[in-house]
Design a protein around this ligand. Sequence first.
Ligand SMILES: [Zn+2]
Length: 391
Amino acid sequence: MSVFSGEPLKPGSQASLRNANQRRVLDTVRRHGRLTQAQISRRTALAPSTVSNIVHELIGAGLLVMESDHAGRRGQLISFNGSAGHVVGIDVGHRHVTVAVADLNQRILAQRRHDLPAGHRFPEDLALVDHALDGLLGQIGTARSGLLAAGLTLPAPVDLEGRVISASAILPGWGGIDVREEAGRRLELPVVVENDANAGALGELTWGAGRGVRNLAYIKVGHGVGSGLILNGALFRGATGSAGEIGHSTVDERGKLCRCGNRGCLETFVSSGEVSRLLADTHGPDLTIPDLVDAAAAGDVGCARIIGDTGRTLGITVANLCNIINPELVVIGGEIARAGDLLLDPVREIVSRYGVRGSVRDLRIEAAQLGIQAHVAGAVIVALQHAELPV
Ligand SMILES: [Zn+2]
């Protein structure tokens, strides 16, 4: 759909300027959510009369709506029409996939999580996502044709072009696949691929513990261990896209061999598999992280001890990270973060011991507010950031 139809616009023509201004207004509403016309004018540096004209055109085109907040006409808020388009968030993990559908006003309308068998494979996973998507769209009463983009997050490094660098370690059934291309073809949608820790950082920044924070580190502790870094309000990717791979920082150079080829990486101490293995002799080989957290909360001393030790080991790397990037907030995510202070207090203690005093004095260390939903929330955010708006 286009507000302007017919001939392509000549650069510099009045129509092309108008179209560029429309995009500025739409991008501003997309980034900031509901805004008054005065706020849009300030944020776009467009004259109030220009903003007013554009807003009325876009309302006429069915893209925007105006709602009153009872503060009179000046306080009327502009937001996206709920039927202007939807995006999809998909989070694929070692043993699960979550699919969510959101509108352009950053509201997640429906989501589903499915457990997956070990060694699950890309073709079956995408068929499941496709099927789940049909169910979610039926639930909210919208058609496939209204979908604009999908964000797909997974536990693997992703380069600056959105290509998976290597999926083979944690998702062996996804190895050697051009995920963006193949998933795009299967879902018939533009697909943006993102590392799950980066997505967790974006999810917590937008909806969770990181709201209003400019510098934060999101630490994902799962089958893989990694971090997503928000510096000066934006995701920091580094030169090749692998910034924040703290799972492979060295804790003990004579330690266990890691899947990356080095020895004694953080991941060889605190990943879900390693933590479960520590309890295999006493608690059986099938103890999951949620089981471990529940047992510790119910007073199991051995489980509480393992969670505390995990926090202390994690704390050393978190202290080093804080000394380098000096965040205001560290958010710990992944299933083990549900242990709360049992995990976080040891992290805090070690960080206050090894962190540079000025750097960690006002630092907050908290569990992810969105819990294990942080990654799919981030998948929705990347889809919203990349969705081509229908003007
Ligand atoms: Zn490693």
